[in-house]
Every structure is written in structure tokens, then in C-alpha cells.
Design a protein around this ligand. Structure first.
Ligand code: NAI
Ligand code: MG
Length: 352
């Protein structure tokens, strides 16, 4: 048995529903591959905030550091500002553990209908820079409430930061189609984006077999809607990657199926696996949330922990469940979270 210590933060809203659902399937598939997932539940999130004024304990990051991976549901509730929930938990984890790659695969799944009439089969990966760029703490506000009130926020791009994410994306592209698209806006953002372009080009000089195309973010957004099947690996800054991955996910059909991995590729620190969706307060507590985004994130975790066969088996199982017609409400079906999860479990058990 290979044992991995996994910290679990189910968090808020539907995180409390999809995380346990996914864990059951993960345990089942892991056991079949000689893997023992040693879960440690951490009841952090908005309830913790209401009680203690913090999303996680003061030594929360030290606690997480003792684990091989972090499995997260979602955080966020309507009555606490998102800036508290995000900067009190997610962003400190991503930065302290140098999870500088946010990997978001987007793929056509059986039974998940694209809102586009002619999307074609989509199979792409957005590699989002996850530690710097536009999401910086540098800036401020002055003259609060006065007519001259103003706000300034600086974007921070470093050679080290751009180099490492570009290298990760180039390696990924080399193992897939050999095509890499870089999102830029060097015609309007005249300091950071030309720098991004330069560093990406320098890195790609070391990958002669990877074809690099730089596309302006506005045209790229339009093109992703018009011709999503043309894209394979897209590397983008923190903000551009955030927007593009939601867009690409929406083009395939439902936010409920989209997974993500926050990776520290050097494995010096734990990586974190979470669905792209949030806590969905509009459907929380009803037992109707789609667990596919959480399941797929779990498959990415198994893969990262060194168990690609187990990951592939789990992915095949939820795809088979979808193909068999069992679907949650967001996909036009009637299945509850529990019913969908049960059908995934059955498929795993029957494939024995
Ligand atoms: P959301 O992703 O929670 O919900 C958007 C829409 O998609 C809602 O109509 C929801 O019902 C639906 N949806 C999302 N996941 C679904 C699933 N698994 N199955 C079925 N339907 C699903 O985004 P929203 O409403 O903008 O944010 C709600 C809260 O979540 C906010 O507090 C936000 O800050 C937080 N959030 C947290 C994230 C995280 O923890 N990484 C990511 C995104 C949002
Ligand atoms: Mg987002």
C-alpha cells in the first residue's frame, strides 16, 4: 500500500456535498490500485470565520504543509465579502506553497451539451500563472468618498515567474499536440505584456518542436467561442487565465464539470486540487450539485501523486456514468448528487 496524507477542506455551500461524494469514489478506485488516501478533515471556511474571525487558524499553512496534497471544495458565502474568503484561504495557500501553475483542462464530455451549435470536440488545457501578475497586493486607495477618490493597483510580472510557467506549458504542449498559444495584450498594456511576450519567446527557444502563437486576449476570447477545437495548450497570466478558463469551460457545457489543479511542479510543497466552480449558494443544501468537477479534480490529484492508472479509471467511470444518461440538473438531467455518485461507484465496482 502506498499511503498519501491528504488535507480535505470541504469549505462552504456545495463543497460540503461534492467533496464527500468524490472522496467515496476516490477511496474505492485508490484501494484497487494499492493506494491508501489518509484524509485529514479541516473544518475551515466561512463558519470558522464567523466563530474566530479567520478562514483558517493562524498556523493553518503549517498544518497543510505536513500533507502530500490538499483537496478543496469551495469557499464563499453571500454574507461575507469574497475578498475575505479568497485572501484568507485560497490565495495564501497558492502563494505559500508556490503553486504557480493553475492547470485547467477543458474537454467535451459525453452527455454534456455545448451551448454552441458547432463547437466540435474540444480538448484543451489552460495553464494559468497562479502566483503573481494582476492579482497583486500592491496599490491603494485614497480620498475615500471624495470626488477625487482614486484607486491604484499594480501588476507584478517577474522573469522567474513568467519563465517557470512558460516552461511548464511548453513541456505540456510538447507531450500533446506541439502547439502552444500565449495570451497577450502587448498592444494596450505596454510594460508587463511585452515583457511576458519576450520571456515566453526566450523559453520557447529551448523547445524547437513546439510551435508558439501569441494571440491578443480579446481576439483569443472571441476565437475560443468561434473555433474552440483549434486550441490545445494555452498559457496565460493570472487574470487572463482566470477569464479564459471560465470561458472555455462554459463553451463545453457546464461549470459543474470543470476541474483544476494548483500545482507546485517541483513537489517541494503540497499541490491543491479543486473544482473551478464556487460554493453555488443558489443550490446549496438541495443535494443536486454536480460532483463531476470535484471527481475530475480528484483524478488530477491521483495523477499528480503518481497513480495515472487510478486517475484514468476514475475519469473513465464518471464519463461512462454521463454516457449512460445519468445526469444532474445542470446538465438537463434529474439525478441527485447521491444518485450520480452511486452510478459512478457501481461502474468502478463492476470494472473489477
Ligand atoms: P458558482 O460557481 O458558485 O456558481 C455559478 C452558477 O453555477 C450557479 O448558478 C451555480 O448553481 C452553478 N453551479 C456551480 N457549480 C455547480 C455544480 N457543481 N453543479 C451544478 N451547478 C453548479 O459561482 P458564483 O455564484 O459566482 O459564486 C458563489 C460563491 O463561490 C462566491 O462567494 C464566490 O466567491 C465563490 N467562489 C469560490 C471559488 C473557490 O472556492 N475556488 C471559485 C468561484 C467562486
Ligand atoms: Mg474564476
Amino acid at each position: 500500500m502506498t499511503r498519501h496524507r491528504v488535507a480535505v477542506i470541504a469549505g462552504d455551500g456545495i463543497g460540503q456535498e461534492v467533496v464527500p461524494a468524490a472522496m467515496g469514489c476516490l477511496d474505492l478506485v485508490a484501494a484497487r490500485h494499492g493506494v491508501d488516501l489518509d484524509w485529514r478533515h479541516l473544518d475551515w471556511g466561512s463558519d470558522h470565520y464567523r466563530e474566530h474571525g479567520r478562514m483558517m487558524p493562524v498556523d493553518g499553512l503549517d498544518i497543510l504543509a505536513e500533507h502530500d496534497a490538499i483537496f478543496l471544495g469551495a469557499v464563499g458565502v453571500p454574507d461575507i465579502p469574497d475578498v475575505e474568503t479568497l485572501w484568507g484561504l485560497l490565495i495564501p495557500i497558492r502563494r505559500r506553497f508556490e503553486q504557480y501553475v493553475n492547470l485547467r483542462p477543458v474537454r467535451t464530455l459525453p452527455g454534456v451539451r455545448s451551448p454552441l451549435a458547432e463547437a466540435g470536440p474540444i480538448d484543451l488545457v489552460v495553464v494559468r500563472e497562479n502566483n503573481e501578475g494582476e492579482y497583486s497586493e500592491i496599490g491603494g486607495r485614497m480620498y475615500h468618498g471624495l470626488p477625487e477618490e482614486s484607486a491604484v493597483q499594480e501588476a507584478v510580472f517577474t522573469r522567474r515567474g513568467v519563465t517557470r510557467v512558460a516552461r511548464y506549458a511548453a513541456e505540456l504542449a510538447a507531450g500533446r499536440s506541439g502547439r502552444l498559444t500565449s495570451a497577450t495584450k502587448s498592444n494596450g498594456i505596454v510594460h508587463t505584456m511585452p515583457f511576458w511576450d519576450e520571456v515566453v519567446r526566450e523559453v520557447l527557444a529551448g523547445f524547437p518542436d513546439v510551435e508558439l502563437r501569441s494571440e491578443l486576449i480579446d481576439a483569443l476570447a472571441a476565437s475560443l467561442v468561434l473555433h474552440p477545437a483549434r486550441y490545445d495548450v494555452i498559457v496565460a497570466s493570472n487574470l487572463f487565465g482566470d477569464i479564459l478558463s471560465d470561458l472555455a469551460g462554459a463553451v463545453t457545457g457546464s461549470i459543474g464539470v470543470a476541474p483544476s489543479a494548483n500545482l507546485n511542479p517541483e513537489r517541494r510543497h503540497p499541490s491543491m486540487f479543486e473544482p473551478v466552480h464556487g460554493s453555488a449558494p443558489d443550490i446549496a443544501g438541495q443535494g443536486v450539485a454536480n460532483p463531476v468537477g470535484q471527481l475530475w479534480s480528484g483524478a488530477m490529484m491521483l495523477d499528480h501523486l503518481g497513480h495515472p492508472e487510478a486517475a484514468a479509471e476514475l475519469t473513465a467511470a464518471f464519463e461512462a456514468a454521463l454516457a449512460s444518461g445519468v445526469r444532474t440538473r445542470d446538465l438537463g438531467g434529474t439525478a441527485s448528487t447521491a444518485e450520480f455518485t452511486e452510478s459512478v461507484r457501481k461502474i468502478i465496482e463492476e470494472s473489477a
